[in-house]
Ligand binder design. Structure first.
Ligand SMILES: Nc1ncnc2c1ncn2[C@@H]1O[C@H](COP(=O)(O)OP(=O)(O)OP(=O)(O)O)[C@@H](O)[C@H]1O
Ligand SMILES: [Mg+2]
Length: 569
């Protein structure tokens, strides 16, 4: 546990000093108010003779409460810690391999950043209580309040509570783990559904989705119920014992005043403050095992994400300008346990346009993800020129590639921000030239705000074609050595496709381009063609040659010719 907490707090602003200071302010505030017990006693029986007494009383009360208010320093420290941990976890997720998101499901990771960090500061709450307790003990022992008798009762109560709590702790840990897991599932479900509202409405699936969401909500409810029962069991034990301790403190106080061991009203006030506060602190202490268990349960997933291996983007090696053909030599690749690339060997000639065709699921997109090293855990070798990819830092490698996929990655923000995403130092002239090349001017003029028009979440305020043009413009600004197009025109109508094709041609000109397409027209115009089937390369060569010998490609061509001019098949 200690080691895990160390991992959790590594790099965070741990609020030890702030917690101690906050606790001291709280105790000081209580003490300042307790010193006014004599004045309060006088004032409460209507003795207003001394203006000075009233003034001092009022002043000290204000001072006391102000000091107590300053204990907020500790609470601010707690939220600061959670804030720091959120940033650390976000940074971590940014550096995790793409595999991680495949495995966990992207939406499940959301809770690691939203709710889980709240558990991180519970141990500091314990520190806060420990400091408050120590400060109270010191305060009482330097005053003349008789406390030894009381201490015996309190300690006895404390021991009983601790035993109770150790039992409750087991259930609390389970409860916290259970409830965080169900919250993560619910968050993931909702995030996915809110992103698919258009589809849900079109499919009339509101009712189905309502029922399904209810199942997730109910599962969270079951977890919360379990958690609530565990917590209530713990709290009941604590409350009951707090009550006993509280009553004990007051009875002892009254008894001691009566037999003369407590003399002044101030001593009595301190005694009560001690008794009352101590009971509350013991109550919190009794939560020690529960809080630790809940922290362990709640932060378990956080710690495990922090333990994940990161991608090393820049390993310090200097990339010595590698270039040339891209070749894959006997590459095999698995998703989970399923092999989807099986001994793939192929060549992407430099400066040429290479097309990859093949049936759905044959592994085309996966090959692309291996080529730009989105996945690094493949078997076999990937070369750029003569250089094995493992000798080239990942950041430099990816820098050389530009990708336009079937769905453009759009973020909420202006058209301009979306075009400039990832671009370094782009002047307005360059930006305007690119906008013209991809035919975006008309669309930009259509919206009053021009380039500042907000495209909405996932770019949903733009059409598929408009989004695609933005993706192409991005790739143009990046000016990559190698261009990857994965069904980049699949979302477009034939007129738009023809228009965009010109932009794509401009983008591909003189550039090594790898195009995955279901368009025969594109395939036949390419310099080099690769046919994939069931995770293997079935054929490769010049399109004319492949047409003579490969059955799939021949059927591909025939289907196109039969449709007389229809671009896709
Ligand atoms: N993240 C993933 N996890 C598990 N399996 C996956 C994942 N991505 C793809 N697959 C599987 O790998 C196989 C190859 O997928 P891939 O996307 O490479 O096919 P493709 O040739 O691009 O197909 P399409 O023409 O439909 O785009 C498919 O059977 C698919 O189900
Ligand atoms: Mg694909």
């Amino acid at each position: 546990m200690k080691k895990s907490l160390k991992e959790l707090y590594k790099g965070s602003n741990v609020p030890v000093i702030r917690t101690i200071l906050g606790s001291l302010f709280y105790v000081a505030g209580t003490l300042v108010i307790a010193t006014q017990a004599d004045s309060m006693a006088e004032l409460s029986v209507g003795n207003f003779d001394s203006i000075k007494r009233i003034f001092v009383y009022a002043l000290m009360c204000v001072l006391g409460y102000f000091c107590m208010y300053l204990s907020i320093i500790a609470d601010l420290g707690f939220v600061d810690l959670a804030n720091g941990i959120r940033k650390i976890v976000w940074k971590k997720t940014m550096n995790l391999p793409y595999r991680y998101f495949d495995r966990e499901g992207p939406n499940h990771v959301i809770s690691r950043i939203t709710s889980d960090p709240e558990y991180s500061y519970q141990p500091f709450k314990l520190l806060q209580m420990s400091c408050t307790l120590i400060a109270f003990l010191l305060m009482v022992f330097v005053s003349d309040a008789a406390v030894y008798e009381l201490a015996f009762v309190l300690v006895l109560g404390f021991v009983i509570t601790m035993v109770l709590m150790f039992v409750a702790a087991k259930y609390s840990e389970r409860g916290a783990t259970y409830t965080t897991a169900k919250l993560a599932e619910l968050t993931a479900f909702l995030a996915e559904r809110f992103n698919r509202m258009r589809f849900i409405k079109a499919m009339n699936s509101e009712e189905k989705e309502t029922d399904e969401a209810f199942e997730y909500i109910d599962r969270k409810y079951e977890a919360d119920k379990y958690n609530a029962m565990a917590l209530t069991m713990a709290q009941f034990g604590q409350s009951f014992i707090t009550f006993i301790l509280f009553v004990a403190a007051f009875l002892f106080g009254a008894f001691m005043i009566k037999n003369g061991s407590l003399k002044s009203t101030t001593s009595l006030a301190i005694f009560y403050a001690y008794g009352g506060n101590l009971a509350l602190i013991f109550r919190f202490f009794a939560q020690f095992p529960t809080v630790f268990a809940a922290t362990k349960g709640g932060s378990g997933k956080l710690i495990s994400i922090l333990r994940e291996h990161e991608e090393i983007l820049d390993d310090g090696r200097i990339e010595a300008g590698v270039q040339g053909d891209i070749s894959l030599s006997n590459i095999s690749f698995k998703y989970e346990d399923r092999k989807v690339l099986d001994g793939v060997s192929l060549r992407i000639p430099k400066g040429k346009v290479t097309t990859i065709v093949g049936p759905n699921g044959s592994g085309k997109s996966t090959v692309l993800k291996v080529i730009d090293r989105i996945y690094g855990d493949f078997y076999g070798n990937l070369f750029m020129g003569e250089e094995d990819s493992r000798n080239v830092p990942l950041k430099d490698w990816r820098e050389k590639f530009g990708v336009v996929g079937q769905n453009a990655a759009m973020f909420e923000g202006s058209i301009k921000d979306n075009i400039l995403y990832g671009a370094i130092e782009t002047g307005p002239e360059e930006l305007n030239a690119v906008i013209k090349l991809v035919g975006l001017e008309k669309i930009i003029d259509k919206h009053g705000e021009g380039l500042e028009f907000n495209v909405g979440p996932n770019g949903e305020k733009l059409s598929g074609g408009e989004q695609q043009r933005i993706a192409i413009a991005r790739a143009m600004l990046k000016n990559p050595e190698y261009l990857i197009l994965d069904e980049a025109t699949a979302n477009l109508d034939s007129v738009t496709e023809k228009e965009i094709k010109n932009s794509i041609m401009a983008l591909m000109k003189g550039r090594t381009s790898i195009v995955v397409t279901h368009s025969y027209e594109m395939a036949k115009e390419s310099d080099y063609l690769i046919v994939m089937k069931d995770g293997r390369v079935e054929d490769q060569g010049e399109p004319g040659e492949v047409l003579m010998r490969n059955e799939f490609y021949r059927d591909f061509a025939n289907a196109y010719n039969k449709q007389e001019g229809s671009i896709c098949f």
